[in-house]
Design a protein around this ligand. Structure first.
Ligand SMILES: [Zn+2]
Length: 392
């Protein structure tokens, strides 16, 4: 039996609304045993426990990045990066995520199951929830990852194949994207609603949720009708391109069905907004507001590896939501408790509560006072195991 007692100026156990001043977390064999005021938790602690005290620190659940690609290298040639990705490269990227406070990542697209294999071989990094090769159409968005399928029978077979590879989630490219030459446009749907429903049906037989990449409003609507668990990007592009098509009925359905939206913006979202120009950046902000007004729950991710999105600075990525008007407490909740629920792992991680895995952070300073403090880390643990925070 190994006990660890971590004490700090405050504990934010999650969800929003809970704060323990002068608090403590007691861990036994990687599992949280108790959380509460320091004096009370100390009373439960064995005399031989390891003790760490952070007088100016905040203890909170480890962050979840809901959209990454460990096989991509953020250098703009994803097909080559995925083809050449080595175990060492994946380990470096996973370590970078961990050092930025990310204790769980959802990998939404690898090549031939590389991230799944990595998940099973690499015990020291963040917790990994992985999809394997995204399902797409022949010559469609990210076909080079090996997940192309044509027609319902092939789609169902592809789902079963990913499940057999060990996937935790099925990823489908419901619309086109940006990074594949000579493939459908971003606004264009790659599958019919019936095809997406067949994928959801086959995935549910294997006990797996479906994450749908969808930029176009038509693809978003089809994904919502098919009953996916999360919609990635959720850009609401109008059919034929040129502007947005914000359909109230579709937004209402997403909210009503409890489907989460992961817009997956990079840490350098300010640069992205500058490139859009202020008029379109304002449109983007109002689109987020409109989704929130409809009650759509959002979860954060960065699409790390794709485009120029790196694996570091998750605190910077979360500041996007502050810019959009979310309060800090709810941003932290989004990146922890809500994300864990969306990924179906809320009984394992996402909060500090007895029985859950000791996936936690200690920040120097209060993240409720300044969200940037999420990047000033004193301690990161996954399953109670401390991560090396210095770059090797
Ligand atoms: Zn992606």
């Amino acid at each position: 039996m190994r006990q660890q007692l971590i004490t700090a100026d405050q504990v934010l156990p999650g969800p929003a609304g809970h704060r323990i001043a002068d608090g403590a977390v007691l861990i036994q064999d990687g599992i949280i045993l108790a959380v509460g005021p320091r004096a009370a938790v100390e009373g439960l602690t064995s005399p031989t426990a390891e003790r760490q005290h952070f007088p100016d620190g905040t203890i909170l659940p480890g962050l979840i990045n809901c959209h990454v690609h460990l096989v991509f290298d953020a250098c703009g040639d994803p097909a080559r990066a995925a083809a050449e990705a080595t175990h060492t490269e994946l380990a470096e990227r996973a370590d970078q995520l961990l050092r930025s406070g990310v204790t769980t990542v959802r990998d939404l697209g690898d090549r031939d199951g590389a991230a799944i294999e990595f998940r099973d071989q690499h015990s020291r990094g963040p917790r990994i929830v992985a999809s394997g090769p995204p399902i797409t159409v022949p010559d469609g968005h990210c076909w080079f990852l090996g997940g192309a399928a044509d027609g319902e029978a092939e789609l169902r077979a592809r789902v079963r194949q990913n499940a057999e590879l060990g996937a935790d989630v099925i990823k489908v490219m419901a619309s086109g994207g940006q990074i594949t030459p000579n493939s459908p446009s971003m606004w264009e749907s790659q599958f019919t609603t019936a095809e997406l429903a067949a994928i959801v049906d086959e995935a549910s037989k294997a006990g797996l949720p479906v994450a749908a990449h969808a930029h176009g409003t038509d693809a978003i609507a089809a994904a919502a009708d098919a009953g996916v668990a999360t919609i990635e990007h959720c850009t609401w592009l109008r059919e034929g391109g040129g502007g947005y098509d914000l359909r109230d009925d579709v937004a209402a359905k997403i909210a009503e069905r409890g489907i989460f939206a992961c817009v997956a913006w990079p840490s350098d979202w300010r640069g992205f907004m500058n490139r859009l120009g202020s008029a379109r950046a304002d449109q983007v902000a109002s689109r987020f507001e409109w989704m929130t007004e409809h009650g759509i729950r959002m979860i954060p991710g960065t699409d790390a590896g794709a485009g120029s999105s790196g694996f570091d600075n998750y605190a910077g990525a979360l500041q996007l939501y502050e810019h959009l008007g979310f309060d800090r407490e709810h941003i932290i909740e989004m990146a922890t408790t809500t994300s864990a629920e969306a990924l179906g792992i809320g009984d394992t991680t996402g909060q500090l509560a007895p029985g859950l895995s000791a996936d936690l952070l200690v920040t120097a300073g209060d993240p409720l006072a300044d969200l940037a403090n999420l990047g000033r880390l004193e301690l990161v643990t996954v399953k109670g195991r401390p991560a090396a925070l210095q770059t090797r």
